[in-house]
Unconditional design. Structure first.
Length: 365
């Protein structure tokens, strides 16, 4: 079966997928096949762009936060999980210095902002921050019943502010991302809530803007699995039909992403620059959020600890009513493309070494 196009989307987070795109490797990989690799941003059809969340567009890939693909699979949509990645970043609660809230133990009886976005197909932000709060409270023997969760209505959808059509690029530009917590910050500023959540470079930027201090950083939990959230781990998914009909295309694309993860290890500054561009923040916030580890932690895998974390995330979403039904996680995962992609990457590396030796031989002749 011939293909003329492959589609992709990714969240504004650190991924090797983004590095492969910025290096032009996906276009390079499929140019000889006459296959165009395009962002969902290219389409003006809202239903196509909505595939960022429901993953219903055929012949498409997604790399990013785990809530939408878990939700999509729970709905019965034809999507398969072929990889996971984990890039540590701060995930924290913010409060005013004068509030008296210094640690998670001080949260009892306090008002915690919880966004509610009814115009989005899946309220992944609410699900994410709810887990932040639950994890922070559990660390000191408290539960969600010990605090007041204050609903913050966000009467707009993420897609309402996505960018202008273009073949390349993320759906979310710097302007939209800067406004993503507008309503929560306004409520915090007016004194209607005591605490808001934050994460990554954008959260650190908000902390600087508000003059707040970090009450509790979930990323400092001693056990890795306790850090689980929408961002831990990121999911790499693909349309089930594409995987069934053209598994070799899936493996080839994934192999270039794996190559980008390896490339990042020796191109740290470039990786920082790309991530800052993707998130729409200053590079200083990227460095503060990820440190020297950024370029060494972009690998895509299906490690036992990552699978355990995604299982825990699914259970959390199900417990709190974010999923319409349960599903078999093991049946959702297909390790085949990753195995084949690793093989292709190894072969590509061997070919490059052979080419380099041949060039040296010619040069010395």
């Amino acid at each position: 079966m011939s293909k003329k196009s492959l589609w992709y989307t990714r969240c504004p987070v650190p991924t090797a997928f983004s590095l492969a795109l910025w290096n032009g490797w996906l276009d390079e990989e499929f140019e000889a096949d006459g296959i165009e690799v395009s962002s969902l941003l290219k389409s003006t059809d809202r239903s196509v762009r909505e595939s960022h969340f429901d993953h219903t567009l055929a012949d498409s890939f997604r790399h990013g936060g785990n809530t939408p693909p878990i939700w999509s699979r729970a709905k019965g949509n034809d999507v398969r999980l072929i990889g996971l990645s984990w890039t540590d970043q701060p995930q924290f609660l913010l409060a005013r210095p004068e509030s008296g809230i210094k640690t998670a133990g001080d949260l009892k009886g306090k008002r915690l902002a919880l966004p509610r976005r009814p115009k989005d197909s899946i309220d992944f932000t609410r699900a994410n921050y709810l887990q932040f709060y639950e994890t922070a409270l559990a660390s000191v023997g408290l539960t969600l019943k010990d605090v007041e969760l204050v609903d913050i209505l966000v009467d707009r959808a993420f897609l309402d502010e996505s960018g202008a059509p273009t073949k390349d690029g993320s759906l979310w530009n710097a302007v939209q991302l800067r406004a993503s917590q507008r309503e929560e910050i306004a409520a915090y500023w007016r004194g209607e809530v005591d605490v808001i959540a934050g994460s990554g470079p954008r959260g650190l930027e908000n902390r600087a803007l508000l003059g707040s201090h970090i009450v509790h950083d979930i990323s400092q939990q001693p056990e890795r699995i306790a850090k689980t959230s929408n961002s831990f781990p990121y999911t790499f998914t693909v349309s089930g039909r594409l995987l069934k009909e053209r598994p070799e295309l899936v493996a080839r694309l994934l192999s270039r992403v794996l190559e980008a993860a390896e490339w990042a290890k020796t191109h740290h500054d470039d990786a920082v620059r790309v991530v800052a561009k993707e998130l729409g923040v200053a590079e200083e916030f990227v460095v503060e959020a990820y440190g020297d580890e950024l370029s060494r932690k972009l690998d895509v895998n299906l490690s036992a600890e990552n699978v355990a974390a995604i299982r825990l995330r699914k259970e959390f979403l199900l417990k709190h009513g974010f999923l319409p039904a349960d599903f078999d996680l093991d049946q959702w995962i297909d390790p085949g493309p990753l195995t084949e992609a690793q093989k292709l990457l190894k072969e590509r590396g061997q070919q490059k070494k052979q080419n380099a030796r041949a060039e040296r031989t010619v040069a010395s002749a």
